[in-house]
Design a protein. Sequence first.
Lengths: 184, 170
Amino acid sequence: MIKNKNAQKPKGMSFRKAQESKDMNSKRAQEEIVGFTMIILIVAVVLLIFLSISTKNIQKDTIESYEVNSYLQALLQKTSECRSSDNLRYYSVKELMFKCGSAEICLDGQKTCDIFSKELGKVSNQSWNIGEGSPIKGYLLNVTVDGGELKSLSYGNQTRNSKGSSQELTRDSRNFVLEFEAYY
Amino acid sequence: MKNKLGQLKIQQMAFMLIAITIFFVIAGMFALTMSSANNKKDAESIREENAMTLVSKLANSPEFSCGDVFGGEKVTCIDSDKAMILAQKSIEYKTFWGVEHIEIKLINSDVEKLCSLQNYPDCNTINILNNETKGAPISNFVSLCRKESFEGESYDKCEVAKIMVVSKGI
């Protein structure tokens, strides 16, 4: 009997030990899971940072566009309907922009600013075919003088994808900026 | 018991290794897709740049460009009268530019009115080269300038136009 009692003691001990080691194991497993989750989180954060940087670079690339730049050049060189006050020539859109900045009038009495915005709207609508089936969804044209708005016009929808360009010109110490953004 | 614990550990380790491998494979695939997408974008932008360079080169060539005729240097400006003369000599210039099709279209109307010596300048499309082609045209905006007269005085008239080129190489 004594022998049996003695034999039972170590059995109880080993059960407790086994229980303890089981607890230890589950604790370790928990720690490992926490570690693994942390690794995944760190890698995910790094990937997200990488992704955001790369998408930022893509956006930068799409801003530069030869077509929009050429359009602005051609638009500024276009001859307008406004005849100069000396009756010698018609103003170009570029000259019209400068004249509008100083609120001058054409030979026929029309305001240069009215002709300027009419030219901008007419040419932009004809140049950028906006509508169903067209890849261009809209445009935004902004003209500023010394940081203040001179003319602004837009048409269609402004989507997340755009091609844009700007022209900076100086006349009589005044800084004129013409910006065009085509949305597609 | 020890054996079982060891097996459990090995199993745990194996699962960990598999999970990490799968994770890195997915991350690698993602990175690969990203880089290939960037390469595609780069190739597209190079193609676009080449196309635009070709169009600008054509517009600024002595055969088309305005030069100093229209008061000062104009950027990508095409002399409308020169273009009309070239349109009459399309056979002689068939292989000169190495392109299949050149067309200049004024941005003033949706209705196409082909230019000829009879109706010029009351038209909006100058067809300079018109070889049969299946390629997609590349286009760019240009200024199309000519001399006009008003009350006996001549003045420069520039309009916004699009030059369309079809090339075999692009």
